[in-house]
Design a protein around this ligand. Sequence first.
Ligand code: SPQ
Length: 439
Amino acid sequence: MSSDQNVRFTVAPGGALKGRIRVAGDKSISHRSIMLGALAEGVTRVSGFLEGEDALATLRAFKAMGVTIEGPDAGRVVIRGVGMHGLKKPDGPLDLGNSGTSMRLMAGLLAGQHFEVEMVGDASLSTRPMRRVTDPLALMGAHIESTPAGTPPLKIHADSALKGIDYTLPMASAQVKSAVLLAGLYAEGKTSTTEPAPTRDHTERMLKGFGYEVERDGATARLTGGGKLVATDIDVPADISSAAFFMVGAAIAKGSDITLEHVGINPTRTGVIDILRLMGAKIDISNEQEVGGEPVADLRIQSAPLKGIRIPEALVPLAIDEFPALFVAAACAEGETVLTGAEELRVKESDRIQVMADGLVKMGVDARPTADGIVIKGGEMAGAEVDSQGDHRIAMAFAMAALRAKGDVVINDCANVSTSFPDFVVLAGETGLNIRSEG
Ligand code: SPQ
């Protein structure tokens, strides 16, 4: 979906990535820090918060529900928690912009409140499927209206008496798991989720950090409603999903040597490292430590010849947001890369399989979409004008493709890069990408 204003990137071909940088704060953790901080008793101090539009949409929504939040100021946010029952009815609909995470997690959190609330989004979010959360929440007793197509706006009715359920997810989705668990905080009895494959577990980890017990039993996470959250401090790591663009850029551009500092390496997010290593990438992990329940490390990536692979399906949910960048790596690899089991990519901010294939084909790459994946044959890339369809990750992936293209890569509709990585252009320019942003 397109955003209103055409921000266009023009990236000159060639170059290499060098230096040491810290990329933007983790988007998933930033959202959750606001949500749990708002409902906690006491003051939560966050550092490293992502000052991107998606996380800011969550922050504004909780302010609109009466939570005092200071910042962000250089990544620092102070949240004066109102307790589990302290949120207030907002004056109007909550506008969550482009952010699926905000809408889906908040559907769960708000299902048990004593006020009615409506959530709206931009053109892209307004096409994204919400039944995946409204269906299990209805089983818990929530009353949520969507459009007949099951898309936003979502109207959440007040005073639903929620009861705990045991929910087996039909798809691997951290957003669905989180929505059900967050509703479970307000439900009578126990709520559990069982996932078909591991997905990011930031909600479970952070709930524990706020003193809320979450049992883990294989693929099942379980909690009991009616407890309370106690404020804590949160150090948000750099986002591995943002780091992924620089990892791929450095891997494909000869002479590159870049270090990405303090990157979150939660094992439910590190599929991109595993996939790139299987392709032959040279990635060193150092300075490993744990901050606030999340593992972080410095990642050094040096260029290396890549080869095409069949991507193991077990790695798909662990790298779900990194595929636009990985498709660029595949286009630069020797031989064929085959992705299967990734139909979820079709319902992200854009249809990431089709939109990436369209752009790669324009660059002369043999990229063939399939129902649940893609087949990409590595080769030379020509310069081209491509469209990101308003999808931040597609815009940044094509920017990195220029490192190996034969001519300029012009990318349209890049405004939404600000949702997850507002200083992408600056950091990319500083480390060696010849990028210009207009509009
Ligand atoms: O928030 P949004 O728009 O859904 O963001 C994306 C992204 O690429 O930034 C997905 F398009 O990330 C999701 C991710 O794909 C963030 C997320 C989370 O924080 O829980 C979980 C994943 O989504 P899902 O549908 O697999 O649960």
